[in-house]
Design a protein around this ligand. Structure first.
Ligand SMILES: [Zn+2]
Length: 378
């Protein structure tokens, strides 16, 4: 049962048919932005593979394995993920299992989340997590034991990019895993992984969630019309986590940040600009994209506000007030021009541009657009 996975039907079908013909590779990697659903897909596939009566992509939900995998407590289903120091332990002996309760809760309650969501879930927003030597040794130890249920052992490892140089320790395991062992790695930064690691996996690249699947999921989640969900789907480019942030009003910080940025662009004070671009450059790539997508969203809402009035704008009240504040300096044409600049930046960030330089240039250009005197035709 893949019911908490949004879309990705093509890959699901592929996985199910690999299993039906008994050809599931021993090392699989799901690659793509977290918002495309690599982790939920990995969990769902692991649950499926452990079901004793699975058939045509559906698990029975009744066998003893299903009952345990539903709660993520099956002893043959292992998880590795980045952690920080545990309160009662030294950092170098802390490993994933020290945070397993919090992990299970988050994966079950909210299967789509980013690395920063995970850190804030374990009250470690200010810290840098990783997957350390102790965890690698633990993985090797766990997987070398016989499986508890006599069937497969599965390891879901989230964010191998957080292994750093420790990934070498796992090379042998990945190359020749113990019998009946399946490794499922989930990465959102395939480009930083070592070639020696990548080459040992069968890679499944997750495409953006399709518009139809996204609209469907968003409408289940919140009471928004088809038009709005289509707009959000487009803006977030098939990234469900970004889309959720846009509709749940979980944007308080983003909205502050964006309005402040536009103000700084307008003022063109170079010190303020510099410190803003520094701050922006320090965000993880996913957050950078989220900020820019949200700016696009704000600009499109501004245009709607101007064209058809505030009844048709889906912003929170205080966002609306701030948006109206922009009216004195922003016209529809200017908003469209700025939206264009920002779309280009999102594209460049995806292609690993130097973010600080890019944002500095963009901010100056946006400032110019905002300050330009509109020529009125008599
Ligand atoms: Zn079952």
């Amino acid at each position: 049962m893949f019911d908490f996975v949004i879309g990705q039907k093509k890959i699901i079908d592929q996985l199910v048919s690999l299993d039906a013909s008994d050809k599931v590779p021993h090392a699989l990697m799901f690659s793509g932005d977290s918002g495309r659903g690599g982790l939920p897909l990995a969990v769902a596939f692991a649950q499926y593979l452990l079901c004793l009566n699975r058939k045509n992509g559906v698990r029975c939900e009744e066998c003893p394995n299903c009952q345990k995998t539903a709660q993520l407590i099956h002893p043959d289903l292992h998880f590795s993920f980045p952690v920080v120091k545990h309160a009662s332990k030294k950092r170098d002996v802390t490993f994933s299992d020290d945070f397993i309760q919090q992990w299970r809760k988050l994966v079950i309650d909210q299967p789509y989340f980013t690395y920063s969501d995970w850190l804030s879930h374990i009250q470690a927003s200010e810290k840098q997590g990783d997957i350390n030597v102790t965890e690698c040794n633990e993985i090797i130890k766990k997987l070398s034991l016989k499986s508890f249920g006599g069937g497969k052992k599965i390891l879901v490892l989230w964010l191998p990019e957080m292994l750093g140089k420790e990934s070498n320790r796992l090379l042998k395991l990945i190359e020749e895993p113990p019998e009946d062992t399946i490794l499922i790695f989930v990465t959102s930064q395939e480009e930083v992984l070592l070639k020696t690691i990548i080459s040992r996996f069968q890679i499944f690249k997750l495409p953006p969630i399709s518009e139809a699947d996204m609209i469907n999921a968003l409408q289940k989640e919140a009471d928004i019309d088809a038009d709005k969900s289509r707009q959000i789907s487009l803006l977030t480019e098939g990234n469900y986590i970004d889309a959720q942030a846009l509709i749940t009003g979980n944007n308080q910080d983003l909205s502050e940040l964006v309005i402040n940025w536009l103000r700084i662009c307008y003022q063109q004070n170079s010190l303020n600009l510099l410190s803003w671009t520094e701050k922006f450059g320090s965000f993880p790539k996913e957050v950078q994209k989220q900020v820019l997508s949200y700016t696009l969203f704000i600009l499109r809402e501004f245009i709607r506000l101007k064209y058809i009035g505030e009844d048709h704008v889906s912003l929170q009240n205080d966002e609306l007030i701030k948006l109206k504040g922009l009216s004195s300096v922003l016209s529809i044409e200017k908003a469209e021009e700025i939206a264009e600049i920002i779309s280009d930046s999102i594209y460049s960030i995806q292609r690993n541009a130097n973010v600080r330089i890019l944002m500095m240039a963009d901010s100056l250009q946006i400032g110019k657009v905002i300050r330009r005197k509109e020529v009125s035709i008599i």
